[in-house]
Design a protein around this ligand. Structure first.
Ligand code: CAA
Length: 282
């Protein structure tokens, strides 16, 4: 693989573009909004500056990394990519539509991966004419820091595709864990009910935000508490994943906390909107 397409320039997409470009891949980052592309490039540039400050990168390294990333608002510009990673908003119709378009646009041998955090890879593969070449590639946030990629095998994913995606992940210096295609895969099947329960704990007045997070950080050695983590992930994403777990597994224990629903209705989506369980002035 030489040329990698990334669809969606949000926090996951720009992180994926950064790590791939840092490892020397030619990256085409696409988004329908020019603003999102500009903001992604500015985030990547700031991340490089952070690395330069820590003497983990030099100015030439930053220039080379940025040189490896081209941006576009046209999905058709991904036609020569060897692998495209879809990292759009966690919405099933949107993702199916993107997969369908990529299938029409991309060369026949290209792999189509999705960074979905919970939507069925099998369903996405089924809307393409190359279901054996569709695979889940689930990065964690913040992508440049987190070592894990969950590799999700849809029912139709071939061994060849899966092995290529595993090798690509390892080239990115990430650790690949294999998961079958069930709602939430591994990480979100376990993580999201914990976050949802933290929101119930808040809404029932058992403790305030700071104390819930402090309790989990100091009591269970997590690097950040569940409410702060929800703000980092995005409350809309957390809610979307809870809906997938609830509908896909059909058990009331996955019912999204009504307070989480209200925060999303209010547009309090976490860090990206400036307010979630905490406020972010910057
Ligand atoms: N981009 C790039 N680098 C970043 C970064 C970002 N957004 N945020 C932090 N870093 C880097 C820092 O530069 C620093 O690097 P060095 O170790 O080289 O110095 C390192 O990460 C640690 O950062 P800080 O010292 O500033 O802060 P911290 O020690 O509190 O760590 C954290 C921040 C890495 C986010 C840490 O709190 C953490 O690991 N939190 C948990 C994150 C997590 O669980 N993510 C998974 C979410 S689940 C998911 O993503 C899946 C899904 O589908 C929802």
């Amino acid at each position: 693989m030489k040329q990698i397409g990334v669809v969606g320039a949000g926090q996951m997409g720009n992180g994926i573009a950064q790590v791939a470009a840092q490892k020397g891949y030619q990256v085409i980052l696409s988004d329908i909004h020019e603003d999102a592309l500009n903001s992604a490039l500015s985030t990547i540039s700031k991340n490089c500056d952070r690395l330069i400050k820590k003497e983990k990168m030099d100015a030439a390294g930053k220039a080379a990394l940025l040189e490896n990333i081209k941006t576009t608002t046209q999905l058709t510009d991904l036609d020569q990519c060897d692998c495209v990673i879809e990292a759009a908003t966690e919405n099933v119709d949107l993702k199916l539509n993107i997969l369908k378009q990529l299938d029409e646009i991309c060369k026949t041998e290209a792999l189509l991966c999705s960074n979905t955090s919970s939507i069925s890879i099998t369903k996405m593969a089924a809307v393409t004419k190359r279901p054996a070449q569709v695979c889940g590639m689930h990065f964690m946030n913040p992508v440049p820091v987190m070592k894990l990629v969950e590799g999700i095998r849809g029912l139709q994913t071939s061994d060849d595709t899966f092995n290529k995606v595993r090798a690509f992940t390892e080239k990115l210096d990430k650790v690949f864990v294999e998961a079958n295609d069930r709602p939430g895969f591994v990480v979100n099947r376990i993580l999201m009910p914990m976050i949802n329960e933290a929101v119930f704990t808040l809404s029932e007045g058992i403790a305030n935000e700071e104390d819930i997070d402090q309790a989990m950080m100091l009591g269970t050695n997590q690097p950040m508490g569940p409410l702060a983590l929800a703000d980092l992930i995005g409350l809309d994403t957390c809610l979307a994943i809870m809906h997938v777990l609830h509908e896909g597994l059909g058990e009331s224990k996955y019912r999204p906390c009504p307070l989480l629903v209200k925060y999303v209705e209010a547009g309090w989506l976490g860090r990206k909107s400036g307010r979630g369980f905490y406020s972010y002035d910057d």
